[in-house]
Design a protein around this ligand. Structure first.
Ligand SMILES: [Zn+2]
Length: 413
């Protein structure tokens, strides 16, 4: 008996005065439950949680924690935890070495939860450990917040940002990336979109050792609210519009044209993805594209214009790119008709024209497209991991978990 308890004591990483006093396997419960009772000699001294001074116990209370499964059995830890009477801080409950304050789980259990949710949706991890996902979220949020406290942004010189819906069509989350980092590049995520988020980022940057004056380049899309906010908060920085956003602008415009036209006119089946996808079309989509090309559709005009963007992108110098943009706009105008369905593509062209200079910056910028483009797959992954329990906060937590330069630090005993 004594030997087994020593093994548990070692397994828990317990140090004196704590040790396993007894164990009990409850076979009536399903899954079976192993209870380990921890105890410290009543005469021991315990550190005051405020100053660390060794103090005498004042009174005891029995507390419970969920620990790692012992084989297939759930494992619970109970301990009589003292309050100490410190001459300076009065009567206070001590912190136990195997769990953090206020948690119902041991540190080891929390560590396992974090490694599971790095690989799978939180709901799946919850099923594996047999807990409600809400409780797992509380653990994850705690460690992510804690890790973010030591985020160091003193080297930040260029950032990009973009928004995404956290729930379909409702709430938005805006995400900021450090353009210099090739991996784990997310340095801030905040609920909402537009001006306020840029202001929040500036405050966050300063809280984490960053300096607004060091920021030389900002990469964003062409929304007037974003551009105004950047000018206001990061006046010294050059604004680059990412090529990815130009493509996105025209892709959305094509989709809008299609939707408008669909209301009046019957379009070939599979039109939607035929005109949205760049490559890898299915047979049906290829067929739809053929029908579109041979017919008299606004969608076809919009699609042809969008397809010609690639030609601009392939320019080798900023001068060549400028020439191609002008040429593109002239050519596109000659293809357009007055049809009201084409309004969206006309607007996209106006936007492109207005932001020419910022778009051209991307030919001189040292930062690649890939960073911003990668955000879309990050958003998808974070949505999937937060499935079933998604709100702004859980979505943001998952974005940080997957893509922020943070490390989780566990107090070791
Ligand atoms: Zn004290």
């Amino acid at each position: 008996m004594m030997q087994e308890q020593k093994i548990f004591t070692l397994g828990l990483g317990l140090t004196p005065p704590w040790e396993v006093a007894s164990q009990h396997l409850d076979m009536d419960k399903e899954p079976h439950e192993l209870s380990l009772e921890l105890a410290a000699d009543r005469g021991s001294l315990f550190p005051c949680p405020a100053c660390g001074k060794a103090c005498k116990a004042h009174d005891f209370k029995t507390l419970k924690w969920r620990h790692l499964n012992f084989f297939q059995h759930h494992c619970l830890i109970t301990a009589s935890v003292p309050r100490v009477r410190c001459s300076e801080h009065g009567v206070k409950r001590i912190n136990v070495p195997w769990a953090r304050e206020g948690s119902r789980f041991t540190l080891l259990f929390e560590q396992v939860v974090l490694s599971l949710v790095r690989e799978m949706p939180v709901a799946a991890a919850a099923r594996i450990v047999g807990e409600r996902d809400k409780r797992l979220w509380r653990i994850i949020q705690h460690y992510v917040q804690q890790a973010l406290e030591s985020l160091d942004l003193s080297e930040l010189e260029a950032f990009g940002f973009d928004e995404t819906a956290s729930k379909r069509g409702h709430n938005y989350v805006t995400v900021f990336v450090d353009m210099k980092r090739s991996k784990q590049s997310v340095v801030f995520a905040t609920p909402g979109k537009g001006k306020k988020t840029v202001k929040n980022f500036k405050a966050w940057l300063e809280e984490h050792g960053g300096n607004t004056d060091n920021v030389l380049e900002v990469v964003c899309d062409m929304s007037p609210a974003f551009l105004a906010a950047v000018k206001e908060e990061f006046g010294e920085a050059n604004v680059t519009v990412d090529w990815f956003h130009v493509v996105q602008l025209f892709t959305r415009a094509v989709d809008d044209v299609r939707k408008q036209e669909q209301k009046e006119n019957k379009l070939p089946k599979a039109t939607r993805w035929a005109v949205l996808k760049g490559s890898g079309l299915t047979e049906k989509q290829v067929q739809a594209l053929d029908e579109l090309k041979n017919g008299d559709f606004c969608t076809t005009i919009a699609w042809r214009i969008k397809e010609k963007l690639r030609w601009i992108r392939e320019a080798n110098t900023p001068r060549a790119a400028l020439w191609r943009i002008t040429n593109f706009l002239n050519h596109a105008r000659s293809m357009l008709t007055d049809a009201p369905e084409l309004e969206a593509i006309r607007n996209a062209m106006k936007t492109l024209e207005n932001h020419r200079k910022r778009i051209l910056q991307r030919w001189t910028s040292t930062y690649t497209n890939a960073r911003m483009e990668g955000l879309n797959s990050l958003f998808q992954a974070a949505r999937a991991r937060a499935r079933g329990y998604r709100n702004d906060q859980t979505f943001i937590t998952m974005i940080y978990m997957i893509a922020a330069p943070i490390r989780f630090i566990f107090k070791s005993t």
